[in-house]
Design a protein around this ligand. Sequence first.
Ligand code: NAG
Ligand code: NAG
Ligand code: NAG
Ligand code: NAG
Length: 359
Amino acid sequence: MDLAVKFFLPLLLLGLVAVTFSQDDGYGQCERTVMEWKSAALDVDVKEDKHKLQELLFFLHVPRTGGRSYFHCFLKKLYPNALECPHSYDKLRFDPRKPNCRLLVTHDDYSMMTKLPRKKTSVVTILRNPTDRVFSTYEFSIEVAARFLIYPNLTSAVRMASRIRKKTNSVSTLDIWPWKYLVPWMREDLFSRRDVRKFKEHNVTKSSDSYNVEDMAMPLHKYIKDPVAQDIIHNGATFQVAGLTNNSCHAESHEVRHCVHKYRSLGTHVLEVARKRLDDMLYVGLTEDHKESATMFGNVVGSQVISQLMEKSDKEPAVNSKQGQNLHILKSLPSSIHLNRTTENMNIEDDGGQADASV
Ligand SMILES: *[C@@H]1O[C@H](CO)[C@@H](O)[C@H](O)[C@H]1NC(C)=O
Ligand SMILES: *[C@@H]1O[C@H](CO)[C@@H](O)[C@H](O)[C@H]1NC(C)=O
Ligand SMILES: *[C@@H]1O[C@H](CO)[C@@H](O)[C@H](O)[C@H]1NC(C)=O
Ligand SMILES: *[C@@H]1O[C@H](CO)[C@@H](O)[C@H](O)[C@H]1NC(C)=O
């Protein structure tokens, strides 16, 4: 989607543009590492028609972009359950009963593509203004962590949470990257601030600035400067599209990421790869242009999914009339998308309770 790329890249650039770097012995080595990675990343056959939906749709879900709404409101309604790949937010699962599943949704990065049949896979994603994405990540980490404050202390919170997870055997926010790092970090912080408050009793000063209630939660400015945030959140979307997050399934990715952190000028190569990948995707939505993006999603992705499934059910009459009916209803979907960007839709995402399997 050229439109999306034009809109968004200047914003991505803000994060990666080089300022200075020190020229020490490691630079040459790092440059080679990054350049090798880049040429391999760019050296893939381009699909004949990148606008055509392939057999597998991989939704590369960048956290805090509103992707959950796309998943629940569109994708889950388009694809019958039987065609949805097993839940793979925490780890990639192949279900032998579903070898031909057609919809895969995860917070994993692009390195996942090496485990998928590349030529038969279309990728879609949604991007968001990085500043808003960071705010939202901050809020969500604290929100989920704060749910644990019902327990008397950190030890008991951690113990109870793991007990619940074992009992329900479901995938929790705490199993899912990046929350599996961000939430425990904030949880520990919230508990220690609460302990200090208890200790100080009535001597707590009140602040009216909700981004600065230091007695209760880590202020935003501290959060974003912490190494954990730098590891995971800074340039998070770019790294995800480039396949270089610290969750990447390639050992090589970690070396590249470390080099880029060390020598910021090398970030331009990451950006180039990310840009090319976005260009080759079937669809790229923008959180900010919610209505337009959702409509385009219906037109570009939704309509192709429907005709693909119709074809399939023609070939396999066994897929039966019930699904045919579903498809009939779904056919009206693209034209019936009336999302209002001022509504709450923007905020529902990853509301994943501790036992929500579909974050
Ligand atoms: C934490 O809370 C539990 C349950 O109330 C209690 O048994 C335990 O002693 C507490 N641990 C600490 C370190 O205060
Ligand atoms: C209350 O806070 C003030 C300012 O931080 C401090 O000077 C004072 O000693 C504190 N009082 C108690 C009882 O902790
Ligand atoms: C990813 O980042 C978190 C937080 O900084 C860290 O604890 C974890 O070890 C990192 N994982 C890798 C593979 O670097
Ligand atoms: C969007 O929602 C707002 C607030 O609910 C309402 O005032 C406005 O008319 C709606 N716009 C559209 C185009 O539906």
